[in-house]
Design a protein around this ligand. Structure first.
Ligand code: NI
Length: 169
């Protein structure tokens, strides 16, 4: 396994729609292993393939902590089939380091897709996992946190973020 480069905003790869995976072969499995290692190394709770520069519809989530273990989630070609009323909560993103924004997301979701073994899966999630799933799902459609807030908030956060990365902080 190896740690991959995490692409950061405003890289174009984060703004593009990722393509469906047609065949879950060895290279896809290797990519997933590397994504898991990269996410853990960066202390993230989710990572989409776009974030490591690969435009394929794959994401992973791991909300487990030392105190509260939770299984790793790997989803290929995900499809959100249900989401309910929205709640607002603060979120960050490994591709927009140092920036946190309040984002409205559904409390509960149901997601369908395939795991790394090619098995069809259906996941019902709420709370933090539901939020992480929606965040990663957005990445696969080229949507980042800046796209989820009002234009006023977007300009404020974007300006502050770009200023900071341009200073190399
Ligand atoms: Ni993100």
């Amino acid at each position: 396994m190896s740690i991959l480069k995490i692409y950061t905003y405003p890289d174009d790869v984060l703004k593009e729609r990722a393509e469906e995976v047609k065949d879950i072969d060895g290279s896809i499995k290797k990519l997933i292993d590397d994504m898991v290692e990269t996410m853990h190394n960066a202390s993230g709770i989710g990572l989409a393939a776009n974030q490591v520069g690969v435009l394929k519809r794959i994401f992973i989530c791991d909300i487990s902590t030392k105190e509260k273990p939770f299984p790793l989630i790997v989803v290929i070609n995900p499809e959100l089939v249900y989401s309910d009323d929205k709640v607002e909560s603060e979120e960050g993103c490994l591709s927009i380091p140092g920036c946190r924004m309040n984002i409205k997301r559904a409390k509960e979701v149901i997601l369908k897709g395939y795991n790394q073994h090619g098995k069809q899966i259906e996941i019902g999630a709420d709370g933090l996992l539901a939020r992480a799933i929606q965040h990663e799902y957005d990445h696969l459609n080229g949507i980042v946190l800046f796209d989820k807030v009002s234009s006023l908030k977007r300009e404020f956060h974007k300006k502050r973020y770009l200023k900071r990365i341009n200073k190399g902080e």
